[in-house]
Design a binder for this molecule. Structure first.
Ligand code: ATP
Ligand code: MG
Length: 174
């Protein structure tokens, strides 16, 4: 799967609608402290169905909504749209939106879907909110310092087990 575009609105520090194109290959995000680099990675995880507020560095899920500053009022919703091409070459557009007091709603290619459907879409090895392809700030040193066997275990855990876990639960009807 290749992510090629990301749109954010009201998500954390991305208060105004912002659109990013992501070229094939390795992508690095650079900028001064506090400019929103980590928020960007979190937006990718979030639209893929991240359910842990802690891994979004938030107390609660609504904390991803722009909270306001001394000069700007808070927003009532946050929305992230991810455009990707799946392994069959088909276009995949996933939207997650959260409104204050209303929880999250997901759409895939314009159709309302359940959180579980999004989790299944991203359950495969190299994709998803826990993908080894998304290396967050705190993890870089850990990945570099790990011995080969440990590094392999890290990648295997992130790559395989999360996907199988979701699939198994779905098969069991949970
Ligand atoms: P560093 O280089 O220090 O890692 P960074 O570029 O990764 O910085 P982020 O952590 O992505 O920066 O962004 C932090 C900024 O996002 C802070 O200014 C913080 O106030 C802002 N922020 C986070 N959540 C919200 C929110 N809900 N509403 C408004 N601003 C927010
Ligand atoms: Mg950061």
């Amino acid at each position: 799967m290749q992510i090629h575009r990301l749109k954010l609105s009201g998500f954390k520090s991305f208060v105004e609608p912002a659109e990013l194109r992501i070229a094939p290959g390795l992508t690095g995000v650079v900028g001064p402290n506090g400019c929103g680099k980590s928020n960007l990675l979190e937006a990718i995880r979030w639209v893929m169905g991240e359910t842990s507020a802690k891994s979004m560095r938030s107390g609660g899920m609504e904390d991803v909504i722009f909270a306001g500053t001394s000069t700007r009022p808070q927003r009532d919703f946050a929305e992230v749209v991810l455009h990707a091409e799946d392994d069959q070459g088909d276009e995949l557009i996933v939207t997650r939106r959260i409104e204050r007091g209303a929880g999250s709603a997901y759409r895939v290619n314009g159709r309302d879907v359940r959180a579980k459907d999004v989790a299944l879409t991203f359950a495969d090895a190299a994709t998803g909110a826990h993908s080894p392809a998304l290396v967050s700030q705190g993890k870089i040193a850990q990945v570099i310092a790990a011995r080969p066997a440990e590094r392999r275990a890290m990648l295997e855990e992130a790559a395989g087990i999360a996907g199988l876990h979701v699939r198994r639960k779905d098969a069991e009807g949970k």
